[in-house]
Design a protein around this ligand. Structure first.
Ligand code: BDR
Ligand code: CA
Length: 307
């Protein structure tokens, strides 16, 4: 099975993504690292611990990472979508953490797990990319232990936090640019254009709820989150962005990808945090010399994925 580490800012959809990996049969979840994002770091960390406790995975180490972006902190939090505690006000309904937080920070846990791994490891960053940028900058040698990054982030033709930008990239564009544009580490980007199409409906959630206490606890996180997205962005169904990326991390190839040049807007203007992907059909030689390419997930078999 896939050797996997999740870097996360739970977050309702992060909770689904962590559960998918924690209970999956064809995946070894080696660790979970946390980052600021949907809510401040202390809350995302505790939420990650609680979700693992819900899944009965006290064996999975959790380490806390960045509290703020690499360069510019910003005031916005995604509490409108995810509630003040990051889990729709229901964090305390989940079990208490079953294991103490690691004594080391996220970057150091990542290094330790990567160095100890017998096979290359997949990392699924499903929050701001701050920890991953810090890891690659401080420990260049670990690249050989990384199979690939499967990143939830970006929007090719839409934004959620601003008209132009998706939340994870916008939260730390400088970090995202380092990882996606400046670094050679293999990466798959799972943008909102695809995750929105993978939304689940009431029937799917009903089946989840009926599957047992874990499914019921996850379903209970979704009503406010779904209502927020419907009112704010007009989206139907429940969009589990991060779970789509983790599904690809666990089952490589479940998403169809295209290799495309990418840039991340780090300017302070209205497009800050936008992912600019070049889908023009021109020869690579004609493109800007600086362009870097990334595998962008563009399609999937929706029924296969939801199953
Ligand atoms: C991303 O932002 C967060 O709010 C979600 O958890 C997801 O990672 C979607 O834009
Ligand atoms: Ca997230």
């Amino acid at each position: 099975g896939t050797q996997l580490i999740i870097d996360t800012d739970p977050g309702v959809d992060d909770a689904f993504a962590i559960t998918l990996a924690a209970l999956g049969t064809d995946v070894d979840l080696l660790g979970v690292t946390t980052v600021f994002g949907n809510v401040p770091l202390a809350a995302t960390t505790r939420n990650a611990q609680r979700v693992l406790a819900l899944c009965g995975r006290a064996d999975v180490p959790v380490a806390a990472g960045a509290e703020r972006p690499l360069v510019y902190p910003h005031p916005h939090r995604a509490r409108y979508a995810h509630g003040v505690d990051g889990l729709s006000g229901r964090a305390e309904a989940l079990p208490e953490p079953a294991r103490e937080l690691a004594q080391v920070d996220a970057v150091n846990l990542l290094v330790t797990l990567l160095e100890a791994a017998q096979e290359p490891v997949t990392i699924a960053p499903i929050g701001p990319l701050t920890n991953i940028a810090a890891l690659l900058a401080a420990h260049p040698g670990v690249r050989s232990k990384i199979d690939r990054l499967v990143i939830m982030g970006g929007g090719l033709s839409l934004g959620n936090v601003t008209p132009a930008a998706e939340f994870n990239i916008w939260s730390d564009p400088e970090a995202a640019r380092r990882v996606l544009v400046e670094d050679e580490v293999p990466a798959v980007l799972v943008p909102m254009d695809l995750t929105v199409r993978c939304a689940v409906d009431a029937d799917w959630l009903g089946t989840l709820r009926a599957s047992g206490p874990i499914g019921a606890a996850l379903d209970a996180l979704t009503p406010d989150y779904r209502d927020y997205y419907r009112k704010a962005l007009g989206w139907d169904g429940t969009v589990l962005h991060d779970a789509v990326a983790v599904a690809e991390a666990i089952s490589p190839g479940i998403l169809e990808t295209e290799r495309l040049p990418i840039e991340v807007d780090c300017t302070p203007g209205p497009s800050r945090g936008a992912t600019v992907v070049d889908r023009r059909r021109i020869e690579v030689a004609e493109r800007a010399e600086t362009s870097s390419v990334v595998d962008v997930a563009v399609d999937t078999d929706l029924d296969g994925l939801r199953g």
